[in-house]
Ligand binder design. Sequence first.
Ligand SMILES: [Zn+2]
Length: 227
Amino acid sequence: MTKNNKKITPIIAVPSILDLIYPPKCGVCGKLCCDSLCKRCYNLFDKESIFMIEKNKKSEFFFNEHLYIFEYEGIIRKIILDYKFNDKAYLFETFVNFLLKNKKFFQIIKSYDTIIPVPISRERKNKRGYNQSALIAKKVADILNLEYNDDCLFKIKNIEEQSKLNKLDRLNNIKGVYKICNFNRLEGKKILLIDDVFTTGSTVNECCKKLIEANPSKIGILTIAKD
Ligand SMILES: [Zn+2]
C-alpha cells in the first residue's frame, strides 16, 4: 500500500432503520445489495469505465480540466437517459459510489475546495422533481467533506433541452442563461463543476464563463460521461 492509499477515507455504508423498510438495492438492476451497485453491474461499469482526466487545451473553454468516467454510448447511455428522464433519481448513489472507488479520481476530486452542480431552471426542476447534477454533486461533497455550493450559480431562463439541438444552436440557446452571485465565496477557490453528460461542452462552458468572473484559482469539470 502506498502512502497516498492510507489517506483515503473508507466509504462506510451505515445501516439504518430505513434499510429495513427500504432495503438497499442495485440502482441498475434492482437486485438487493449494499452500496447501490451489485457485483454483476459493478463488473459491467468496470468494463465500460475509462476514468479520463483531460487537461483543457482549447482556448474557447474556460476550465482547466475535465474528468469523466464513461464514453456516452451503449448501455451507459441508456442508464444515464433513465436517470435524467425516467424517474430513476436513485441512480445518483450508484454513480457516486462507483466513481469514488477509483483512487485517482478520489484524490483529484478531494483536491478541490467547493463542488457546484450545473443548475437547472426552476420550471425544469418542478417538472422533473430533481436536479440530476445536484444529487451527484451533493453526495460527492458529503462523502469527501467538501463544501457543496448551490447558491452562487443560477439558471435564470428556461430554455429548450440542449440534447435536442445541434452544436451551433446549443451555443446560441445557452447564451446568457446563467447568473452568478455571492462572488466573494468563490474567489481564489478551486471549483469543481458537476454535470451528467458532456457533449459539445457549451453548457458547462457557459457556467464557467460566469464562474470565472469570481476569480477562482481553478475550475474543473466532472461528468459521468462524455459524448
Ligand atoms: Zn445490479
